[in-house]
Design a protein around this ligand. Sequence first.
Ligand code: ADP
Ligand code: ZN
Length: 730
Amino acid sequence: MIPSYFPQGDLVGVLTTQPLDRLLDYKAPEGGCHLGAFVEVPLGPRKVLGVVWGPGQGDYDSAKIRSVIRVLDLAPMRDEMRDFLIRAADYTLTPMPAMLRLGTRAPGLGDAPSMRKVYRLGTRDPDRKTAARDKVLAVLRDYGGLAFTLGELADAADVGTSVVKGLVAQGAVLEEDAPRDVPYPPLDPDHGGKALNPDQAVGADALRAALRKEGYGTTLLKGVTGSGKTEVYLEAVAECLRMGKQALVLLPEIALSGEFIERVEARFGMRPAEWHSGVTMTERRRCFRMVGQGDAQLVVGARSALFLPFRNLGLIVVDEEHDTSYKQEDGVLYNARDMAVLRAALCGAQVVLASATPSLESWANAQAGKYARLDLTARFGAAVMPEMAAIDMRVEELPHGRWVSPTLRDAIANRLEKGEQSLIFLNRRGYAPVTLCRACGHQIGCDHCDARMVEHRFQKRLMCHQCGETKPIPVICPSCGAADKLAAVGPGVERMGEEVAALFPTARIAVLSSDLYGSARAMKAHIAEIAQGGTDIIIGTQLVAKGHNFPLLTLVGVIDADLGLQGSDLRAAERTFQLMRQVAGRAGRAAIPGAALLQTYQPDHPVIRAILNGDEESFWSAEAAERRGAGVPPYGRMAGIILSGPDLKAVFDLGNDMARRDGPLRQIGAQVFGPAPAPIARVRGKHRVRLLVKADKSAPLQAALAQWVAQFRLPANLRLAIDIDPQSFY
Ligand code: ADP
Ligand code: ZN
């Protein structure tokens, strides 16, 4: 038995956030410390954050062992959380310190509770307007009532602190003494529930019953966009709150809008705790502490909220569970959807996975009976699913360099006449994907990556979508020196904006693309304005496919439905299916029925056909049969190994060596493919080579991978990353 308390002077083993491969021994400080306590410990000349993980090893010279500096004023990490971090680390083959960093991602955790000054929007106008003052006031308005510290506010507005002080003196900004980290106001589960339709009522009953059983379980909640899934899972949240347990609702970062928070507030009477990139550091710290001591009942957050130290978690909702952004693609490579299920299994909580177009993984788990499944079949109220049709581009007459077909143009014109909104969807940021020299054929590429530079005319620059590098748009070809021969080739959303403006000169047009906004808040504000009817024609990337409500929208036109079908990605069909169904689902959410038109050169492609006829079950069955035949996820297991380094030969040599010495993998019947250049073979000047490991579903893949990788000593400039269940094959 591990003791739960260590009196002063006892040896404790501390896991720190520093990249060391073992626990460090310290002496418990004055007053002792609990198992799981968050502590500050000396490491060389520094003080670092750690957690008391167990008794010390005692294999060090005890005279040299130093004492824990102090125990932080935070609820100790619970056993189940430590378990979760260990299991998540084992699953993703992540070192524990990196895992602990995920579990301690709030600033100033060690600061003592005390009063501090916070700043809010005041009621008076300043005597004199300046650009700097306007920036401060805009930030305060943007964040709708949230409190800032002086430093945070000045940083967010990009002004000096004296500007804020000046506004305080004028009464335009209020300075208040506030206690740090106050509890979140209690939520009332019976405040604003809606009367449910019969489908919804069945769903809500089932979820409530599952919660009452007090144990782990996962339910797939499937229903088209607008069918009322949110209302149903909020009923499950309500039940969870009634039981005195905590709930977590995860959304893709991009869907975490003020609109959603207001909806939760309307349901429960108070705002929930929020955890995402749009909240201030002060609020994040408060959230972390309050979750730990049970003074936050509901957290609405992005994927990393999963690592908050909940006290008694009863329910995790993963909304838009198919969304690829749940997979973290750098640092710790984890899929928040899968980790949510793991966490719930460890603490006996319920999981609800909500989606209109579930991932094949979740669909298969429901098929196999591992997950319960609930279906909402109709849209809520009068709204019906849009009518879907293909526009066969092989027969449309289009001049060179134009992308809106006559059929689509007529449909948009028709909506304009009726005062309804249209959405033109193209999943390509920027103006044009290729800049080509008409004299020599040279295409402008990134200096650091094997990728073409994308023209962003709005920003007047070329940009690499791999590394973010930008350069001015050249007038002279860097290859042959010809002047004025460089041409933009292919469409991006900015270019679509031009074409549509030329077709409909009097229409109000908005181009929605994440890179056109200074901040996530500004983007969300613009989306809200569009939803109110501020625009006739919206042109957007997949940003618009994600959870936004455009009630006046009745037409969706997809410029290139074939785009996602190219490439060798195992999930290409699934992704295209999901994305097209999601985008189409944007149309006709209110009383007016909508239509979705897909421009395609392959109207008979099985995926395009499945999208059009909406027969989802047969699409999934067919896709499942194909994957089962190939022994790939979810019917087999895969791991990607990415090796990268500055010297191509060294990277390949290591890759070949690894492929040759695959004993531990062969023992479990796994196969190694590669090494091959990664699809983007060079990023930021580093060459990238990929190996792919494929194993049976039941094979102990992680243990074998760990053994395999341990055989190799990596030179300092080579990096190896293991990606379990890779989602993208970059
Ligand atoms: P989904 O999450 O499936 O996209 P929502 O829960 O957002 O669907 O519901 C779509 C719309 O219908 C929302 O505006 C929501 O407020 C409304 N709605 C859903 N269920 C009800 C209900 N039972 N009573 C009143 N309005 C509802
Ligand atoms: Zn680049």
